[in-house]
Design a protein. Sequence first.
Length: 72
Amino acid sequence: MDDVAGADSLTPSERRVVELAATGDTNRQIAQTLFVTARTVEGHLTSVFRKLQLDSRDELYAALLEDAPVPA
């Protein structure tokens, strides 16, 4: 089995939450946008912080950019 790291290790739900959090949305705003509970958002963010080895929301945007494909 291949080890997956970085943003590639995120589930589709985690990625949606991270993309919204990286733009500055609050957990409540994210929950309303995705029709989930704020607790679900918190759970996804906790998982993302662990997977990406991040300490704060401020690091989310840079972490996504690092793994973004470079345009040809």
